[in-house]
Design a protein around this ligand. Structure first.
Ligand code: ATP
Length: 205
């Protein structure tokens, strides 16, 4: 028997229907040769800029095995990689800390009080429905870890270690192996906002 599995509208709208009734709308489709910088510019750049205006952002990679989640999110933090191949997480980290430096510099030049930022990271792995805190050696300490939503709709990780970090270097090197898992990066702009969350979620299968 022959039947239509995937259908796209002839009008060129960014929509695809899988099977009988599962419809998905999308903003962009990137082909294999698309440079990492283009993916970042089109999908992530504005999200990171937005955290400085008080918005929360989440980036997550989802897809079947071998579809390129690690390549897109994580390339460039473990070994020397050519600039063009650097993935979303290292680009976002550089962007966050450059953005902090720029805002502090601008304030100084304009004679304003310099903003103070606190940045911390949490790393967890979801394995067999269990949440594991990757920043503690004591696996037993991970028991009771929960992901919650508070009354303002903020998602937070209860009980997971939060490590303060001052620059991207501090995140890359000691925590390198963790990047393959999940990273919650909290950027807190003390002067203005109570808490901004920027979440980079990788490797969700
Ligand atoms: N855009 C791309 N350009 C070049 N190579 C790519 C690209 N995307 C993925 N690859 C390569 O394809 C292979 C599989 O990609 P990757 O490991 O990122 O998949 P994955 O979705 O993380 O897989 P898994 O879920 O099994 O961990 C890797 O060798 C990766 O380098």
């Amino acid at each position: 028997m022959c039947r239509v599995c995937t259908a796209v509208p002839v009008t060129g709208e960014p929509h695809v229907t899988i099977g009988a009734d599962r419809g998905f709308t999308f903003d962009h489709v990137f082909d294999l040769p698309t440079p990492q910088a283009t993916v970042y510019a089109d999908c992530v750049h504005n999200l990171v800029e937005g955290i400085f205006d008080g918005f929360n952002a989440t980036v997550l990679a989802y897809g079947q095995t071998g579809s390129g989640k690690t390549y897109s999110m994580g390339t460039g933090f473990e070994t020397a990689t050519v600039d063009e191949e650097v993935g979303i997480i290292p680009r976002a980290l550089a962007h966050v800390f450059n953005g902090i430096d720029r805002r502090r510099e601008e304030a100084k030049l304009e004679g304003r009080v310099e903003p103070v930022f606190d940045v911390s990271v949490q790393f967890i792995e979801l394995y067999n429905e269990e949440i594991i805190d990757l920043l503690t050696e004591d696996r037993g300490a991970s028991k009771g870890l929960r992901i919650h939503e508070d009354h303002k709709g903020e998602i937070y990780l209860q009980g997971a270690t939060a490590a303060p970090v001052k620059n991207a270097h501090e995140i890359f090197y000691p925590l390198t192996p963790m990047w393959k898992k999940y990273a919650f990066i909290h950027v807190r702009w003390r002067n203005d906002f109570p808490l901004m969350n920027f979440k980079l979620l990788a490797k969700l299968k």
